[in-house]
Design a binder for this molecule. Sequence first.
Ligand SMILES: Cc1cc2nc3c(=O)[nH]c(=O)nc-3n(C[C@H](O)[C@H](O)[C@H](O)COP(=O)(O)OP(=O)(O)OC[C@H]3O[C@@H](n4cnc5c(N)ncnc54)[C@H](O)[C@@H]3O)c2cc1C
Length: 415
Amino acid sequence: MRVCVIGAGVVGVTSAYFLARQGHEVVLVDANAHPAEVSSYANGGQLSYSYVAPLAGPGVLPSVPGWLLREDSPLRFRPRLDPHQWRWCLRFALACRASVARESTAQLLALSYLSRDAMHALLQQEDLEFGHLKNGKLIAYRSPALLDKARALVNYQAAHGSDQQVLDAAQTLAREPALAGMGASLAGAIYTPSEEAGDCRQFTQALFDRLRQLPNVQCAMSNPVSGLQREGRRIVAVHSRDGDIGADAVVLATGIGTRALLRPLGHDVPLYPLKGYSLTVPLAADDTVAPRISVTDYERRIVYARVGGVLRIAAMVDIGSANADIDPARIALLKRQVAEAFPALDLGQAIPWAGLRPATPTGKPLIGPSPAANNLWLNIGQGALGFTLACGSAALLTAQMAGLETPLDAAPFRP
Ligand SMILES: Cc1cc2nc3c(=O)[nH]c(=O)nc-3n(C[C@H](O)[C@H](O)[C@H](O)COP(=O)(O)OP(=O)(O)OC[C@H]3O[C@@H](n4cnc5c(N)ncnc54)[C@H](O)[C@@H]3O)c2cc1C
């Protein structure tokens, strides 16, 4: 089968690789000259296989008014005259119900464990350099009450196969001395030894380099797609700047660009851009200031990961930002908060970045056939977890496309 995959972010490149390895002829198309130039560029680097609870959870709605009033809030909401924004927010509010959040967490955990196994199998086959570390993760809490609540989630996740431990402040510092800067404000942490990290862009680029060497793969970069031509129930052509591309099947892995291609076909998806920021801090080879274990500062919603020779710091959810422009005020706030937690860290050379998480209200990606055409497939909406979920999403997609038994129940992720 000849498959056209549109989108060379982490999700599209991984999908194209899995399809090519299944023996399909693959055409990978992207508007940019290089892979991972959009949301996959400088993300938090966390392969957060065990900690996948979606943003929508029972604790979120009561916190929102406080977040909206505080200048140093991790979440910023800009209401817009945009029905799509309001529909998305309403569905997000409904997804915050405890029963829905519990179910979504369990479904995401199943997908993330599939992803971990698929990533490990991939790395057995391909020697990819992307600063990959199996260094574990600490979710650090300032509030003892929130740490107690997290204990309940740990117990719940344990029932689904997660190995996590609750640490008090002294145990946390013994595991990660770099957290000493948090001082007396540190209540403790959840430690997950199995978590991993790496550079998402380097991973995507390295996999792309392998992909383009395969004889059954053609990469058409710098080639924006303007639309899909449907005849009857089939997509018969992909209209791209360099000409029409014919294929037996088309996969949209177009992240936040997906609605523009789908809506003309009468299919809308609940995908909304949640803007976030990152800092990339170069580290000396003998650095002892940055954490060695990946850290999440829970109350501030800031994640830290050592990837290669840098510390990647990512944070914030801005709802209603129309583009991925860097807001200097948000970067200045992030730097202040990082300096409070890690006072000895030199942020002088920190490189700022902003990106849009392609998010669904439930946090669950949409993986499977689009109702718009019989040969149109989606792999979108990985939100805050695109790097973590990429390999599992590709495995789930390609099994469905091949008509094989799926490695997990595909229904919760059906578009
Ligand atoms: C601040 C921040 C921190 C994050 N931290 C983490 C983390 O620690 N761990 C994690 O797992 N995830 C993290 N994420 C989420 C992760 O980065 C995303 O989920 C992931 O990058 C989405 O990948 P994607 O391939 O779907 O989209 P993208 O990377 O955006 O790729 C989509 C591609 O489609 C192309 N495209 C779109 N429309 C068209 C068109 N019409 N024609 C041609 N090409 C088109 C684009 O050019 C782009 O290359 C973070 C995100 C942000 C913003």
